[in-house]
Design a protein around this ligand. Structure first.
Ligand code: NAD
Length: 471
């Protein structure tokens, strides 16, 4: 039995099977989620297909529904945020922020004009370019920010006139199921459907004949499978994938000030952010000071159950990821790196790991070369800035990166040489609904957010009306 249900065609639907959802603060199953069958997935896509016929026609209705949905989300924060904290692990205040951010994305897109270009209007012809919706979209999301990353898809997709079937991660299905259920009171049936299940359900979605687009956020490895699965019938894809963001500290930086900021942007959401700082490059002269200041921050941060208001960082979300972080840190230590602080899991139940600063470490160590996605940060030293840039770029990832220094023009010049979708100067992780976000190289294909994110849920159509009388 589950207190949560699938949403198919505006109706709450149980599934024949359920799967356990673990609270990462205890390591124990606290609830069950419905496991959507293949037949139920067909019904969800069929409902989205039917709803598309009328949803695409009335832009004013879509905008009004999205405003209502934003208001309802904000009013429902106390129904949704505690569920998100319990399944994801993040502190309740962060879960509440995630609900509000989701509403913000709906509001932003509800007010965004849909591009319409008039290329020619003279005695010969009227030539316009309009954006058409794609049809049914399959949305697939990861476990780190289940809600806001879903609304990066839902808001532009719905504005453009598409309908959606959404699948959250099996580690964090519940807040998404609850949110989609709540929103049914302000959306026509079938416009937004939610299904939950394992990774196999995601694979069924990407190969399903109905969706015209797969909007996927998750790991690079899965993204490649999604691209391959979508290719045979030329489904459109947006892939927001993993990152291994470098932060380059310049020699004019104040070590203490910079370390405080870098710590926040590396350990936000316990390091489980696609575009968190995952490697830090520090000039030799500042190396010890930056490492010590980072360790001081790591020592001071309060790690605990996200439902405890004192907790600043929660547990790692799930057992496989917990094991991976433990393995990567152990590997670094056995390769000669030192844990200036942390370096080990914390006692007790749950997937808690001590915030870890790794020093005396270099490329060639797995935690530097791969995405750790957890509370452990390697700090590397460099001699020349050209060398630092080259090392920062020497990766298949290309999500984002940042440069830190007192002379911000000089820092911006260095940032311009980073090969990634977003560069920041003296900050990191600053994202918003109007700012495009996407990965270069193996960090993704396509863009989310802003007008670019809306374009990604449309097809361009040229309408050429001749005004020359037919002979
Ligand atoms: P994941 O790739 O394991 O899973 C993501 C989603 O894909 C889940 O819903 C999962 O069930 C589904 N899935 C798994 N196999 C599938 C398949 N074969 N076909 C279709 N769907 C399938 O990723 P995760 O572990 O949940 O998330 C962590 C990863 O996500 C990290 O690499 C992180 O960097 C990345 N991420 C990227 C962004 C971004 O915007 N670039 C944002 C957040 C997270």
């Amino acid at each position: 039995m589950s207190n949560f249900s699938l949403t198919i065609d505006g109706t709450q639907v149980a599934a024949a099977k359920t799967f356990g959802v673990i609270n990462p603060a205890t390591g124990a199953v606290f609830e069950h989620a419905p496991e959507c069958s293949a037949d139920q997935l067909d019904l969800a896509f069929a409902a989205a297909q039917r709803a598309f016929t009328s949803w695409r026609k009335d832009e004013a209705q879509r905008r009004a529904c999205m405003v209502d949905a934003a208001n309802l989300l904000m009013a429902s924060v106390n129904d949704i945020a505690p569920v998100l904290t319990t399944e994801q692990g993040k502190p309740l205040v962060n879960a509440q922020i995630e609900v509000y951010a989701s509403a913000m994305w709906l509001q932003h897109y509800a007010a965004m004009p849909i591009p319409h270009d008039l290329l020619q209007d003279d005695e010969l012809a009227r030539v316009e370019v309009v954006r058409r919706p794609l049809g049914v979209v399959a949305g697939i999301t990861p476990w780190n920010f289940p809600l806001v990353l879903a609304f990066w898809k839902i808001a532009p997709a719905l504005l453009a006139g598409n309908t959606m079937v959404l699948k959250p991660s099996p580690f964090t299905p519940l807040a998404t199921l609850k949110t989609v259920e709540i929103l049914q009171s302000v959306l026509p049936p079938g416009v937004l459907n939610a299904v939950s299940g394992g990774d196999g359900l995601g694979a069924l979605m990407t190969s399903h004949p109905v969706p015209r687009k797969i909007s996927f956020t998750g790991s690079t490895a899965t993204g490649k499978l999604v691209a391959a699965s979508a290719a045979p019938d030329l489904k459109r894809i947006t892939l927001e994938l993993g990152g291994n963001d470098p932060a380059i500290v310049l020699d004019d930086a104040n070590p203490q000030v910079v370390a405080n900021a870098i710590f926040e942007h590396a350990f936000d959401n316990n390091g489980q952010v696609c575009s968190a700082i995952k490697r830090v490059y520090v000039p030799e002269a500042l190396y010890d000071d930056v490492v010590d200041a980072l360790a001081e921050k790591a020592n001071a941060v309060v790690v605990g159950d996200g439902s405890d208001p004192a907790s600043q960082l929660g547990p790692i979300n799930n057992a496989p990821q917990f094991e991976r972080v433990k393995m990567l840190v152990a590997d670094a230590l056995s390769s000669g790196a030192s844990a200036v602080t942390g370096g080990h899991a914390l006692d007790g139940p749950g997937y808690f790991f001590a915030p870890t600063i790794l020093a005396n470490i270099n490329e060639g160590t797995r935690i530097v070369d791969e995405e750790q996605f957890g509370p452990a940060l390697p700090v590397l030293s460099y001699q020349s800035i050209d060398e630092a840039i080259e090392r920062a770029n020497a990766t298949n990832f290309g999500l984002s990166g940042s440069v830190w220094g007192t002379d911000s023009d000089r820092a911006a010049e260095v940032a311009n040489q980073l090969d990634c979708g977003t560069t920041w100067v003296n900050t990191h992780l600053q994202l918003g609904p109007s700012q495009p976000f996407g990965g270069h190289k193996w960090s993704g294909i396509g863009i989310e957010n802003g007008t670019w994110g809306l374009d990604a849920f449309t097809e361009v159509q040229a309408i050429h009306r001749s005004k020359v009388p037919l002979a």
